[in-house]
Each structure stands twice: as structure tokens, then as C-alpha cells.
Design a protein around this ligand. Structure first.
Ligand code: WTA
Length: 678
């Protein structure tokens, strides 16, 4: 990475030089309330800037101090960072354990008997309230130790991969922490993904074990998780070989009385296994760089990539951001509504809150089941003080009407967070006024699976907010907006968002594929991490994320690779070719539009549309089902055969076709495409 001169406060260009003593758009600026600032962990803009400047100018000193203060180490690290682009090693020589940092460290403190996890299940279809469970730190510690012993009993050792495919139940956190305790590497797969996706992730990671449940609940129906696992384990590749051959055992949590099949010598019940183990399980003394988890996420090409994170840097990022961005205090009831199948669930449902001794609320169901006030009912019932959710949910709540939050007392809320996609100013204002009663700061947090922790965000109490902007970088993070040559663009000009310096919780690679790691993240812009996002900085240095500029779509806060959906579509016998693009969607941010060319002789019937949608659901999972399928006779291509996605996007959005079309192979194609809409 280029050695950036650490900017003196008045220099232009670097984020450390934000000239925000007076903000330009005063009308749209929300300053932290003095009462909030006085009590906040970071109390003023000046305090933020001082620490930020230190973190950029003297990163070794800053991170060394913070890592010692925040984490419990079995052996101290000897060196803060070894950077050989693109390979980073942080806190070299240190030994620690993530589960110890989340659990054991609290055992001889007043936190031991505090709620670590408060869980509420979805209300039953017949109207009975959902189940409730609370696990104190002491209870959670015991459950994690017992389950870690179950893993060991099944031969799981340090470095082995374990796939977790569970609903939003405390056992998901228990399974993750149990892996971390013995040094196994977990890979959580979102319960909405298909059998095929499970099999692909097993094959890529070489997982030896799958931890699942007989089923989960969603909107009154059950999700057949175990059945999907059975299907995944039966899948064969084109040569007739089992795809998920590395799996030796499956541990099944009993939830609903599904009629499920347990295969002898492979499948065992979670509760039965516990009968054979003790609650004593010392935490393994792991290297700072011991792999912690793999999480698959969509990229612009091919199958999802296994993003992997390691122990110390990731934990430090998750812990520090949770405390400072959410201003987490001992009395808070903190609720991040993400599923543990996504990175937000990893860092901000499980690891971040527990590493801080916080109380993390987990909810299994949908926001509008049985009624659209589900979230507000939970906020009132448990006195939630910090709520972290996605703009898609906020926009849906807006649509359902103010009467639903209006039925509940939301006075316990003191801070609101947003993540996963750009939040439009209207949704921001609604969140602020209707949910936050005009008094709660909003933290719009930008980050990615790859970054491990929040990167650009307001610090409540310190950084004034502007609706729609993620504001300023977190400590140690040096983002820049650059042009195609990698040169920083002037303020108020759009460009690519890159990160110029390594940071502790950064991804350490793409599992098993160092070449793809380098190509995807470290080749687009020289000596910088490429985020895949477009961005602009305003005159105050505030960052405004525009959204993905690669072929990744963000549908309802979920990352979906167009290439993945295209290959799912062409795997259907009726489809010859497919191209998938996004179009703006009021609720979901983006919607998926698929242009499909059928094989000759296949008739474009309405039922086929639904069949193709179901097919994609089966191949990837319901989140990837196209919203629109349009049958076309040909796709617009350049003379070299590249699909012109820009044009398809315009057709999909119903826009007039703009820009240069001179490289198009067949002009007629465009006219025909414009007529394909339903
Ligand atoms: C988008 C989710 C605007 C962005 C934590 C990023 C956002 C992708 C924001 C990562 C935000 C996330 N404002 N866009 N506050 N947060 N994004 O890996 O496009 O599921 O690259 O991680 O979500 O999605 P991922």
C-alpha cells in the first residue's frame, strides 16, 4: 500500500482531515444530544478525531494498546502487524481463545449471572406465544463447554471445518462458540439456502460435520432443515461422485416434531449426545491467526466465495465496534435482527455483544408474523434499548403504517442502527421520528462480510449524522474514493470505494483460492482493497455509499451474484441463455430481473416463469428467486460477445435506452427486449 502521509488536520484529501467543525448542510445535520454525548464512550468530534488520527498515524501503537486493553491473552503478541500485500498477519505470536473472551472472562465478575442471550421463538401458527429462553453467561458457558465436548467426541479437532445450518436459536450461538473453543472452523449457512448450496459449501470447505435441526419456524410454516441436509448429502456431481463426501457426522437439534429420518452411524441427536459429556472443556490456546470461520458470500463471478477470518483481529474488530458504534453499556438490551447465517449475525448477534458482556436478543421469526407489530412488541416486552436492523425492514414497516409501532411503548430505545444497504433519507427520517421518537441517534454502518466489522459509521455522541450517509471511518480505517486509475477523485465526485491500509478484522483470504483473493480484492486498484462499492465523499468528507458497482446485487440487504442466478437458470432444461440484472425496488432496494432465452421449441408460457423461479429457489435458495422473468429472443451483446448489462438494466428499469450502443451486435435485439415486459 502506498505510504500515505498522515494528514495534518488541514490537509485535503485524506479522511483524517475531515473539515467538519462546521458542516455544510446544516439543515440536514443531526447533532448528538448533549445528554447522550456526556455519557457516550466517545464524547465529542474532537475526541473522535484525536483517536482517529492516532490510529492512522501510529497504527502499531494504537492497535497494540487497544488489543491489550480489550482482549484477554494467554500469551502476549510480539508484533502488531506483518503485511505482505495481500497477506496480513495481526498480533503475531499472541495466543488467545475467542470463546474464553466471550464467556470465561465474565465468570468471576458480576456479569456471570446476567443474561447473555435472550431468545424468543416465533409465535405458533395457532396464535400461541413463541417460546422464550434466557441464558446467563454462566449457563451459556456451560452449554458451550458441553457441546464442545460433543464435537471432540465426534473427532473434531483444531482446524477441522464444521458446517452449521440452524434456525435462529441459541444453539446456533452455542455451536459457533463451541467450535471457537476447540479451534474448529465454523461455516454457518443461512437456513434459507438450498440443499445444493449446502452441498457446494461442504465440498468447498471440506467440512467433516454438519450441525442442523429437524426444522425451524418461519411465518407459521416449518423450514425442513434436516431434509435439506439429507438431500445435500445425497447429491452427486456429473461424474456420479457424492458432492458432500467429507461429512462424517450430522448432529440434529430437536425443535419441531418433524417426521425426519436419522441415518444410522451418521446422524445423532444433539440432546442425546449431551448425555455422554461433562461440562469441563478448557479453552484451546490458539494462535492469533488461527482460522475462526468461513462465510460464503456472492461475488461477481462463479460460485460464492468462502471468505475466511481469523481469531484475534476479527474479535478485536467485532468487540471494539460493538462497544463504540452502539455505545453499548452494561444495562443495555441490545437487539440485532440479523440471522446468524450472515456476517452481521456473526459479529453483532454473537461475538461482538458477548465479548463486551452485553445482553444480546435473538428472535427467530419474521417481522410481520403474526402481525406487522412483531418487532415493536418485542422491543416493548424486553425493554430493548439498541435496535440494529436493515433498511429493507424499515421501508416495509413504513409501508405497513405508523399504527403498528404506535401501539407499543418504544421509550426504552436509545440508539438505532442500520446496515446492509444504503438507507434512503425518507426511511432514515421515518426511523428517526416514528421509531426513535426523534431522540435516538441513528448509526448507518457500512461494512461487508470481508471487512469482518463496521468500517464507516457515525459514533453516536461524537459524529453528527446526515440522513443517508454512513459518515466517517472507524478507527484505523482509511477509505478513499478513487477513479479507474486509482487516483483519489475530488469531493462530490463518484468513484470506487477502496481501503488504503490493512485493518485487524480484514478477511485473510478466499478459502482455498489465494489467486481469486488477489484478483477480486487486490488487483482492481493498486495497493488497495477494492470493496466493489461505488461511493462519493461530500464537501465535509462524509461518505455516501451508492451501492455495488460490480455484478453483485443487493436485494433486501442480501448479496446475490448475477452469475450464480444465471447459472442456476441455465441449468434448467428449457433455458438456453440467461442474463440477470437489478432494477430499483422501493422496498427491497433492488429487485432481480432475469432475461431468459429459451431453447428452440420451448414455448414461453406464463407457468414456465414460475417454474424457473422455483428452480432458482431450489438451486440457491428463496432469496435468489428472480422477481421478474422476461423471455427474450436474443440478448444485446458487444461484437466480442459480452452481454451489455448496462442496456439490460435500463430495459429492466423501464428507462429509455441511453448511451453508446455502437458496439452492439444486433440493433434489433434492443427493440425486442423492450417489449418483453409482462
Ligand atoms: C452493502 C453486510 C450502504 C454494500 C454487512 C456492501 C451498505 C455490501 C451498507 C456488503 C450501508 C452494507 N450503506 N450499503 N450502511 N452496509 N452495504 O457482505 O454494498 O452481506 O458492499 O455485509 O452491503 O454485504 P455483506
Amino acid at each position: 500500500m502506498p505510504k500515505k502521509k498522515s494528514a495534518p488536520p488541514s490537509a485535503s484529501g485524506t479522511p483524517s482531515s475531515h473539515n467538519i467543525t462546521s458542516l455544510s448542510h446544516e439543515a440536514r445535520v443531526f447533532k448528538p444530544a448533549p445528554e447522550f454525548s456526556t455519557a457516550a464512550h466517545v464524547k465529542s468530534l474532537a475526541a473522535y478525531r484525536k483517536l482517529y488520527d492516532e490510529s492512522i498515524q501510529h497504527p502499531d501503537k494504537f492497535w497494540s494498546r487497544v488489543a491489550k486493553e480489550e482482549l484477554v491473552w494467554f500469551s502476549p503478541f510480539k508484533k502488531v502487524l506483518q503485511w505482505k500485500e495481500p497477506v496480513a498477519k495481526w498480533f503475531i505470536g499472541g495466543r488467545l481463545n475467542l470463546a474464553y473472551n466471550c464467556l470465561d472472562r465474565w465468570l468471576n465478575t458480576p456479569v456471570a449471572n446476567k443474561a447473555a442471550i435472550i431468545w424468543e421463538g416465533e409465535p405458533n401458527a395457532d396464535g400461541r406465544p413463541g417460546e422464550e429462553r434466557t441464558l446467563t453467561y454462566r449457563q451459556l458457558h456451560r452449554e458451550v463447554c458441553r457441546f464442545a465436548n460433543v464435537l471432540k467426541r465426534h473427532g473434531i479437532e483444531k482446524g477441522d471445518r464444521v458446517l452449521i445450518y440452524l434456525p435462529m436459536v441459541p444453539e446456533a450461538a452455542i455451536a459457533m462458540l463451541a467450535c471457537a473453543r476447540i479451534g474448529a472452523v465454523h461455516s454457518v449457512v443461512f437456513g434459507g439456502f438450498s440443499a445444493q448450496s449446502v452441498a457446494d459449501r461442504v465440498a468447498d470447505s471440506g467440512a467433516r460435520m454438519i450441525i442442523t435441526a429437524d426444522g425451524g419456524y418461519r411465518r407459521g410454516a416449518t423450514v425442513q432443515l434436516k431434509r435439506n441436509v439429507d438431500d445435500a448429502l445425497a447429491l452427486k456431481d456429473s461424474d456420479g461422485n457424492q458432492i458432500a463426501a467429507s461429512v462424517k457426522s450430522v448432529i440434529v437439534l430437536r425443535r419441531c416434531c418433524n417426521d425426519i429420518h436419522m441415518k444410522e452411524a451418521r446422524d445423532v441427536w444433539w440432546h442425546r449426545e449431551l448425555e455422554y459429556v461433562t461440562p469441563d472443556c478448557p479453552a484451546a490456546k490458539l494462535d492469533s491467526e488461527a482460522p475462526l470461520f468461513i462465510l460464503y458470500t456472492s461475488g461477481s463471478t462463479g460460485k460464492p466465495k468462502g471468505i475466511f477470518h481469523t481469531t484475534a483481529g476479527y474479535l478485536l474488530g467485532a468487540k471494539l465496534t460493538t462497544r463504540l458504534v452502539f455505545d453499548l453499556k452494561p444495562d443495555d438490551v441490545y437487539w440485532c435482527t440479523a440471522d446468524v447465517g450472515w456476517v452481521t449475525g456473526h459479529s453483532y448477534v454473537v461475538y461482538g455483544p458477548l465479548a463486551n458482556g452485553g445482553t444480546s436478543l435473538m428472535y427467530e421469526g419474521a417481522p410481520n408474523w403474526p402481525e406487522p407489530d412483531r418487532f415493536w412488541r418485542i422491543v416493548e416486552k424486553y425493554g430493548v434499548s439498541i435496535l440494529y436492523t436493515a433498511p429493507t425492514a424499515i421501508r416495509a414497516f413504513m409501508k405497513w403504517g405508523d399504527e403498528w409501532p404506535g401501539k407499543h411503548n418504544l421509550k426504552s430505545l436509545r440508539l438505532l442502527g442500520s446496515v446492509g444497504e444504503p438507507i434512503n433519507p425518507e426511511a432514515w427520517m421515518w426511523y428517526h421520528n416514528v421509531i426513535g421518537g426523534g431522540r435516538c441517534p441513528i448509526v448507518d454502518t457500512w461494512w461487508q462480510t470481508e471487512t469482518g466489522a463496521i468500517m464507516i459509521t457515525p459514533l453516536p455522541g461524537a459524529i453528527p449524522t446526515k440522513p443517508g450517509s454512513a459518515t466517517l471511518p472507524f478507527f484505523g480505517i482509511l477509505p478513499e474514493v478513487v477513479d479507474d486509475k486509482g487516483v483519489e477523485v475530488p469531493r462530490n465526485t463518484g468513484g470506487k470505494l477502496v481501503i488504503r491500509k490493512p485493518w485487524p478484522s480484514m478477511l485473510r483470504g478466499v478459502w482455498g483460492d489465494p489467486v481469486r483473493f488477489k484478483q477480486t480484492y487486490w488487483s482492481e486498484v493498486q495497493h488497495s482493497y477494492f470493496t466493489g462499492d461505488g461511493c462519493r465523499q461530500d464537501q465535509d468528507g462524509y461518505f455516501w455509499i451508492v451501492g455495488r458497482i460490480d455484478d453483485v446485487l443487493n436485494v433486501a440487504g442480501h448479496r446475490i451474484g448475477t452469475a450464480e442466478v444465471e447459472s442456476a437458470l441455465v441449468s434448467h432444461p428449457s433455458v438456453a441463455e440467461a442474463a440477470v440484472v437489478g432494477r430499483p425496488d422501493e422496498l427491497k432496494g433492488q429487485a432481480l430481473v432475469a432475461f431468459v432465452i429459451l431453447k428452440s421449441g420451448v414455448v414461453a408460457k406464463h407457468e414456465l416463469r414460475e417454474e424457473l423461479r422455483q428452480h432458482v429457489g431450489k438451486e440457491i435458495g428463496p432469496v435468489a428467486k428472480p422477481d421478474d422473468i422476461r423471455f427474450a429472443e436474443a440478448l444485446p451483446k458487444t461484437r466480442s460477445g459480452k452481454i451489455m448489462r448496462r442496456l439490460l438494466k435500463q430495459v429492466a428499469s423501464g428507462l429509455e435506452i441511453k448511451g453508446d450502443t455502437t458496439t452492439l451486435e444486433d440493433y434489433n435485439v434492443l427493440a425486442k427486449l423492450a417489449q418483453t415486459s409482462e
